[in-house]
Write a protein that binds this ligand. Structure first.
Ligand code: MN
Length: 238
């Protein structure tokens, strides 16, 4: 059994000279448990693949600790919702009202965390000054006027989101929409489909950007895998 003090000391060592805030510490998870029906997906690329825009240390902590903790806690919660372990996390989140009330909030939070991050890793790729492609590019122009107009709305949603949450580009009622959602909420929870999520929890950027969320959001434009997003959009819009 590792003491909380030891765990904190280890964390401080691994994060080097960076000042770790109480808010960040509160988000840091226990070691992942690999048992259970829901699994932590592989990142799919190296931790440093998005450097310098998103640093390797952040990616490692974000995937191996934070996402792993959502998975472990979801696996614990799902034991209190018999039958739900057979469903996909997307299906569960789209029908939260059917989840037993006792664990509904826990599954909303941990399951949302699992689904959001599972999508998030796939949407990232070093793609400096990348722009939308294909049908998604056309739809973005149709919905928002231009890429620049889209980015202004999207980054504003991310910047102005109070506390922790996500800015979403989502497909809802056959239209592209920009939404901000608190905590680990997903457009899935209200009948939409997430396309691109921008994680503005401090754990997503604090080591490199500290309190400069605006700089992180600006840099995020360099790590969007627009090819993947276009493929996803085409499936959703079909
Ligand atoms: Mn996150």
């Amino acid at each position: 059994m590792i003491s909380r003090r030891t765990a904190l000391r280890n964390l401080l060592l691994t994060t080097g000279a960076v000042t770790v805030t109480p808010a960040l510490l509160a988000q840091v998870a226990p070691p992942p448990e690999q048992e259970g029906v829901f699994k932590l997906p592989a990142l799919g690329y190296d931790y440093d693949a998005l450097e310098p825009h998103i640093d390797a240390e952040t990616m490692k902590l974000h995937h191996d600790k934070h996402h792993a903790a959502y998975v472990a806690k979801l696996n614990q919660a799902i034991t209190k919702a018999p039958g739900f372990e057979k469903k996909s996390i997307e299906e569960i989140l789209a029908n939260l009202d059917s989840v037993p009330e006792e664990v509904r909030k826990e599954i909303r939070n941990q399951g949302g965390g699992h689904a959001n991050h599972s999508l998030f890793w796939q949407t990232l790729k070093k793609n400096e000054d990348g722009k939308p492609v294909g049908d998604l590019a056309k739809e973005i122009t149709k919905a928002f006027g231009s890429y620049d107009d889209f980015w202004k709305l999207y980054s504003d949603a991310a910047l102005k989101l109070f506390g922790s949450g996500w800015a979403w580009l989502a497909w809802r009622d056959k239209k592209l929409v920009i939404e901000a959602a608190p905590n680990q909420d997903s457009p899935l929870m209200s009948g939409g489909q997430p396309i691109l999520g921008l994680d503005v929890w401090e754990h997503a950027y604090y080591l490199k950007y500290q309190n400069r969320r605006a700089d992180y959001i600006k840099a995020f434009q360099n790590v969007i895998n627009w090819e993947f997003l276009n493929e996803r959009f085409n499936k959703l819009a079909a």
